[in-house]
Design a protein around this ligand. Structure first.
Ligand code: SAH
Length: 354
């Protein structure tokens, strides 16, 4: 029965959120031969067509039936900000209901990476983050997550080698859609992104980290830690009132044990708040023995809060202290510093300008 299929905002079946078996069933239900599903799936997920007009081998009559019964998600580019320092591009996309989201294209020596949003807004309330200031508007559909990647690939003409779910939203607060997105993105009949080239970043919703660990995937998990003890984490991240650091780290350990994938801990350095000697000591103690990398990034200031970033030398000092305790650390290169770099800033500027 088609009632189980994911629906787009117009309540029609969301074509790009269907996996191949589901699409095959839909095509059969339309009285069409099953091979059309394979052709269609290829247009959607391999050739990443912008619309039906590109689909040269699909008969007109079938296109008409599809237009009637299904929704074809396609994001509209509203604005592209290009960095003059590196080749980072920040995209503002409009969804079919007029909501806007942002995604980032980053070019590294080893390839091209795209950072996507998983929700419109966010309800996690992290104090330093611009995405969450007005709460969550809605979850993104699998198709809307995929289309951020497909649209950026079409716009830039680049092959996307890595995807990080690190834009606006909390992916594990939109679990089912994110999981379907992961399966579609890494499907060998679709875009076929290697699971190892996909990273999901979470503020630490423990039960869903454990669920993800059981999905038999080999995607990477990044945990937004940002503090060295529970008291400080509670000040920065409301989720810390629900799950203690030790519960979150236990879940991460389980994730590693079940998947074998190395963990990343994100730690945004806020001057005077989480970058002290004591923080470095406590953090080292917490993470010792874990197969993990700590990613330090000086907090990106947002105008709504007065958090200041740790300066370059302070960040290096913090890194050295962790390294003395044999923790793997990188300082994340700040990409596109000259454009609205931090999560949610471009969208906010757009909404405020209205
Ligand atoms: N909800 C997910 C993913 C979203 S944000 C999560 O919490 O992991 C991706 C990363 O950017 C997170 O580590 C988040 O804490 C961090 N972040 C958000 N705003 C930031 C800012 N202004 N400066 C530095 N890092 C920020």
């Amino acid at each position: 029965m088609d009632k189980d299929y994911i629906r787009a905002v117009d309540n029609k079946i969301d074509l790009k959120s269907l996996d191949l078996p589901e699409l095959t069933q839909c095509i059969k239900d339309l009285g069409e031969p099953a091979f059309r599903a394979g052709q269609l799936y290829q247009w959607l997920h391999v050739k990443q067509a912008a619309g039906y007009e590109d689909m040269t081998n699909i008969p007109k009559a079938l296109k008409e039936k599809l237009k009637e019964g299904f929704s074809y998600t396609s994001l509209e580019v509203v604005e592209v900000q290009e960095s003059h320092i590196d080749e980072t591009k920040k995209f503002l996309f409009a969804l079919s209901d007029g909501n806007v989201i942002e995604s980032v294209f980053m070019k590294y020596r080893f390839g091209v990476s795209v950072c996507i949003s998983s929700q419109v807004g966010c309800r996690m309330g992290c104090k330093f983050c611009a995405s969450t200031l007005d709460g969550v508007v809605r979850n993104l559909l699998p198709s809307e997550m995929l289309d951020q990647i497909y649209s950026i690939s079409r716009y830039t003409g680049e092959k996307i080698g890595r995807v990080v779910v690190m834009g606006s939203g909390e992916p594990l607060d939109n679990y089912d859609n994110v999981l379907k997105f992961i399966r579609l993105l890494t499907d060998e009949n679709g875009m076929n992104l290697g699971q190892r080239n996909l990273t999901v970043s979470t503020c630490g919703i423990v039960p869903n980290i454990l669920r993800l660990a059981d999905e038999k995937l080999s995607i990477n998990l990044a945990l937004s830690l940002h503090a060295s003890n529970d008291a400080k984490r509670k000040e920065l991240m409301p989720i810390a009132n629900t799950y203690s650091i030790s519960e979150v780290l236990d879940a991460c350990r389980t994730y590693f044990d079940k998947t074998g994938r190395q963990l990343t801990f994100e730690y945004s350095l806020v001057a005077g708040v989480n970058d002290t000697d004591e923080d470095a000591r406590q953090l080292s103690a917490l993470l010792s023995g874990l197969n993990a990398v700590v990613n330090l990034i000086p907090v990106n200031p947002i105008k709504e809060r007065d958090y200041r970033p740790t300066d370059r030398s302070g960040a290096l000092e913090f890194k050295n202290k962790l390294e003395k305790s044999r923790i793997n650390v990188t300082i994340r290169r700040e990409m596109g510093r000259d454009i609205d770099g931090a999560c949610g800033q471009l969208r906010r500027r757009h909404l405020e300008g209205k």
